[in-house]
Write a protein that binds this ligand. Structure first.
Ligand SMILES: NC(=O)c1ccc[n+]([C@@H]2O[C@H](COP(=O)([O-])OP(=O)(O)OC[C@H]3O[C@@H](n4cnc5c(N)ncnc54)[C@H](O)[C@@H]3O)[C@@H](O)[C@H]2O)c1
Length: 273
């Protein structure tokens, strides 16, 4: 899908990566809606878009379906139907063993990071199918491909985004609607600069060095634009994580040995015990 003249709705648009997407879509002539639970953040990022960009900032709580309905109505009143939906809002929890996590924090994390993505799809995808065109970009994480210890709830929510996105891509492809999943590694944003996110219990000097070398969000945004233009399923922006992921997949593939039930699928197992 070409971007010029399209309407793009971005959640977490007041944050680092959402704002990077907004900038990149604006570079290509898109009309931008920045939606965020902090409307002030969204307004500040809308003001930074290139001169001449048609843009609006909206409040939204992605966990609330009423809030989605209100934001959709406001967006369509200004720009008409939304062509591209970026479900990008997300939160992190502090590094801690899962068994020490407050259950309410687990519920909140899944509500924002996973159910929030579903809510966006439930709000906008039917109209895209009816028009026979559209694209949905869901933000997962490298944690959604390769989980880091002490980050279990976040990883679970981001694995959920991948499963949901891959299934949805199969369902919507026959209707002319694309689905892509973004898997950021460390990228400069409020989340990644906070004390709750980073590569784990690490020497502070090493952590400071990593944070000083984070990717700038505009480059993720440009990768997202390319994925929408070319209908790519996966958006990998940080190739340095490849070897870790290959090791994980090798371990999974190595578990594919003989069937647990001898004779399974050979016709010899019907009465086997
Ligand atoms: N920055 C990274 O290193 C990194 C790495 C992997 C994945 N991610 C993912 O990228 C996405 C964007 O994060 P970011 O790094 O730009 O962080 P960020 O904190 O700068 O932006 C996230 C935005 O989401 C908004 N938000 C939070 N809860 C919301 C809700 N209920 N409804 C609507 N908006 C809400 C916040 O106000 C914030 O502006 C998230 O899904 C995050 O999990 C980030």
């Amino acid at each position: 899908m070409q971007i010029a003249g399209r309407t793009i709705f971005i959640t977490g648009g007041g944050g680092g990566i959402g704002a990077g997407m907004a900038q990149a879509f604006a570079e290509q002539g898109g009309r931008i809606i920045l939606a965020d639970i902090d409307a002030g953040f969204a307004e500040a990022e809308a003001a930074k878009l290139p001169a001449g960009t048609e843009a609006m900032a909206l409040p939204i709580d992605v966990t609330s379906r009423d809030s989605w309905a209100q934001a959709k109505a406001a967006a369509e009143a200004r720009f008409g139907p939304v062509d591209i939906l970026c479900n990008n809002a997300g939160i992190a929890s502090g590094f801690a063993p899962l068994i020490d996590m407050d259950p309410a924090d687990f519920d909140r994390l899944v509500a924002v990071n996973l159910t929030g993505v579903y809510n966006g799809i439930a709000c906008f995808a039917r109209a895209m199918v009816d028009r026979g065109a559209g694209h949905i970009v869901n933000t997962s994480s490298m944690n959604g491909l390769n989980p880091f210890g002490l980050f279990a709830a976040y990883s679970a929510s981001k694995f959920g985004v991948l499963g949901l996105s891959d299934s949805l891509r199969q369902e919507l492809a026959p209707h002319g609607v694309g689905v892509s999943t973004l898997f950021p590694g460390l990228t400069r944003s409020r989340m990644s600069q906070s004390d709750t996110v980073g590569p784990g219990a690490m020497d502070p000097a090493r952590l400071a060095q990593i944070r000083a070398n984070m990717m700038e969000p505009i480059w993720l945004g440009r990768a997202v634009v390319r994925a929408v233009e070319q209908d790519q399923p996966y958006i990998i922006t940080h190739p340095e994580y490849r070897d870790d992921l290959a090791r994980r997949f090798d371990t999974i593939l190595a578990a594919f040995g003989e069937p647990a039930q001898p004779g399974y699928r050979t016709g010899a197992s019907a009465t086997g015990r």
